[in-house]
Design a protein around this ligand. Structure first.
Ligand SMILES: NC(=O)c1ccc[n+]([C@@H]2O[C@H](COP(=O)([O-])OP(=O)(O)OC[C@H]3O[C@@H](n4cnc5c(N)ncnc54)[C@H](OP(=O)(O)O)[C@@H]3O)[C@@H](O)[C@H]2O)c1
Length: 267
């Protein structure tokens, strides 16, 4: 299968590397598209595939055309693509807050799959939510899922509006985790620990705890109970979190992120 990748910045290059790593395409079947000649020259040096500008007709030879440009750059890109797409082309967009309807109107094309990845995609440990235009066939959708799975897991959402919830939960999620880790390391320092020691303790704790979630065959409440004995240290911390409404604050923050995603959407 040939793939065209339009926009070779952070995310675009993550996909290019993942496609080649898992042999979804051979380098000669991957077409990288960038708008500036300077960037085209830089990308050619990477040897990931053929590199062209958006006016090149070869970009339409691919069954799958992945859009990895910033949402604000889509207007200009759509002007160069509109009316040129054929039944053979499936558009796979990872542009945040850009609805299928908006893409359809701009490109005059219906075969569109919308996806929302997150940053651990760079390690093959991402999670990508997907939603497709009703005119995308089951086979086309499966191919798009195969392609996205090179960066981790995929999950199909029932309604497109849930893409805003996905953005708030898994899209922004890594930053919430980093924030908690950062404050735990700070707490270690406040107790007089060397930053390196605190950092090692916290990072390994989070890694081990993550594997317990996945493998211990216990609910989150049971896992918490197993660590927090009555009148003990963990309970002291959890009681303090509760009295500071930390759980509520986390939920509220994520709902704020969803609201912002809705505001930023250009439906
Ligand atoms: N970063 C994330 O964690 C993340 C997560 C989920 C979704 N996304 C989505 O992924 C998309 C890409 O994000 P990014 O962080 O990879 O952005 P980025 O690093 O800015 O990459 C976008 C690339 O597209 C190029 N470009 C712009 N207009 C073009 C055109 N008409 N034709 C060809 N190339 C063009 C840009 O070139 P210039 O620099 O020359 O303009 C740039 O190299 C965004 O829509 C974002 O919403 C990102």
């Amino acid at each position: 299968m040939k793939i065209t990748l339009i926009g070779c910045g952070n995310m675009g290059l993550i996909y290019a590397r993942a496609f080649l790593k898992y042999s979804i395409v051979k380098p000669e079947e991957l077409l990288l598209v960038e708008k500036s000649e300077a960037r085209v020259i830089e990308l050619k040096k990477l040897g990931f595939g053929e590199v062209v500008t958006p006016d090149d007709d070869r970009i339409l030879d691919s069954e799958l055309i992945l859009l990895a440009v910033k949402p604000q750059d889509f207007k200009q890109l759509s002007e160069s693509l509109a009316g040129r797409l054929t039944d053979k082309n499936v558009i796979l967009s990872i542009m945040a807050g850009t609805s299928i309807n908006f893409i359809e109107q701009r490109l005059q094309h219906k075969a569109i799959v919308r996806a929302m990845p997150n940053s651990p995609a760079s390690l093959g440990m991402g999670v990508t939510a997907i939603f497709a235009h009703p005119e995308v066939s089951a086979l086309q959708l499966r191919k798009a899922e195969n392609v996205l799975s090179t960066t981790g897991r995929t999950v199909y959402v029932d309604v497109e509006s849930q893409m805003d919830s996905v953005t708030a939960l898994s899209g922004s999620g890594p930053a919430y985790f980093f924030y908690i880790v950062k404050h735990m390391i700070e707490a270690g320092k406040a107790m007089g620990m060397d930053e390196g020691v605190s950092s090692m303790l916290v990072k390994q704790t989070m890694l081990g705890a993550f594997h317990l979630i996945n493998q211990a065959d216990k609910s989150l409440d049971e896992l918490i109970k197993a660590v927090a004995s009555k009148g003990g240290t963990t309970e002291a911390a959890l009681n303090s979190f509760e009295s500071d409404h930390l759980g509520k604050a986390i939920k509220k923050g994520i709902l704020e992120a969803e609201k912002r995603a809705q505001e930023l959407s250009n439906n």
